[in-house]
Design a protein around this ligand. Structure first.
Ligand code: ARG
Length: 298
């Protein structure tokens, strides 16, 4: 039975009631060979067409790749595809799951913009090779769902946070909740500069989140503050210009984040996290940073 929660009065569980999930041990990266800004589908891309320094983008990506390896994750590299300059943002085309029984399954996304729709089959190949069961949404019913850009697993808990409003439809979360037998807390996004949930909510560990509050409604904020004991807030500058909330914390301890988020980094260190800064300036030109340049897998 699906369970989609949109306000605190619908919350009938606390974190300790939720089932545990194993931490993912693999990370998927897509080579930035064909990465560039060729069209404008989010406000950050405006004025940046043709502006990507390819060599610099390659360097930035290589640094991230090495860091995942150093963290002990198995890195799976997929080739990019000519004609799909945004495929490097491989958080967006799918949402994987591992069941209680250890079965791996994935819901493939339906990209909101025509320019990105063709990326999905190439990402699906990765799951086919890794023996995931593949689920497709009914494209006649759902016009968009951008995978882990909008649907974020709670840290090691069977709970999904689902953003909607720009790239994913709210209705899709019923199917996701049903398919994965998992409650979904659905959050409306209200600022187009924070068009994916992963631009304004970063789940650091089971009790801690990093957020940009103004991207959410009051109801959404109340849900976040009810579930997370510690909520770290990013300033407008760090959230919007440096994508601070598009950080990732694969192990609940080490945070990978765009360089220069001075205020957020202080707060992260005070909260006991180890901060690793990366330059993702070339990818910021396209409206993405660390979190959406990868997909964590089991
Ligand atoms: N240019 C890409 C787009 O607009 C960037 C995607 C970044 N992904 C993310 N989850 N924030 O689709």
């Amino acid at each position: 039975m699906s369970k989609v929660i949109t306000s605190v009065n619908q919350l009938d569980f606390s974190l300790s009631d939720l089932e545990d999930m194993p931490a993912p041990g693999k990370v998927l990266l897509v080579k930035p060979t064909y990465f560039s800004v060729e069209y404008v589908i989010n406000p950050h891309m405006e004025g940046n067409i043709g502006d990507v320094d390819k060599l610099q983008a390659q360097n930035e990506w290589e640094h991230l790749k090495s860091a995942y390896e150093e963290l002990g994750l198995y890195v799976h590299v997929q080739e990019g595809k000519r004609g799909y300059p945004d495929m490097v943002f491989c958080a967006n085309q799918s949402l994987p799951n591992i069941t209680k029984e250890g079965k791996k399954e994935v819901i493939m996304g339906v990209m909101h913009s025509d320019q990105r729709k063709g990326e999905v089959p190439y990402i699906q190949e990765v799951y086919e090779k890794s023996s995931y069961d593949i689920v497709h949404l009914d494209k006649d019913r759902f016009s968009d769902f951008e995978g882990m850009g909008d649907a974020l697993w709670h840290f090691e808990k069977r709970l999904i946070w689902g953003g909607y409003g720009y790239r994913s439809s709210k209705e899709v979360y019923d199917v996701i909740s049903d398919t994965f037998d998992t409650p979904v807390i659905a959050l409306e996004l209200i600022d187009e500069r924070f068009y994916h949930l992963d631009t304004c909510l970063c789940i650091l560990d089971s009790e801690t989140a990093l957020i940009y509050p103004k991207a959410f409604t009051d109801e959404g904020l109340e849900l976040i503050r009810t579930i997370f004991k510690n909520v770290i807030e990013a300033s407008k500058y760090e959230a919007e210009k440096l994508f601070a909330c598009n950080a990732t914390c694969p192990d609940g301890k080490n945070v990978f984040i765009q360089q220069g988020c001075v205020d957020v980094n202080h707060k992260l260190k005070d909260a006991g996290f180890k901060v690793h800064e990366f330059s993702t300036y070339e990818f910021l030109k396209s409206g993405g940073s660390v979190f959406c340049m990868k997909m964590l897998l089991w």
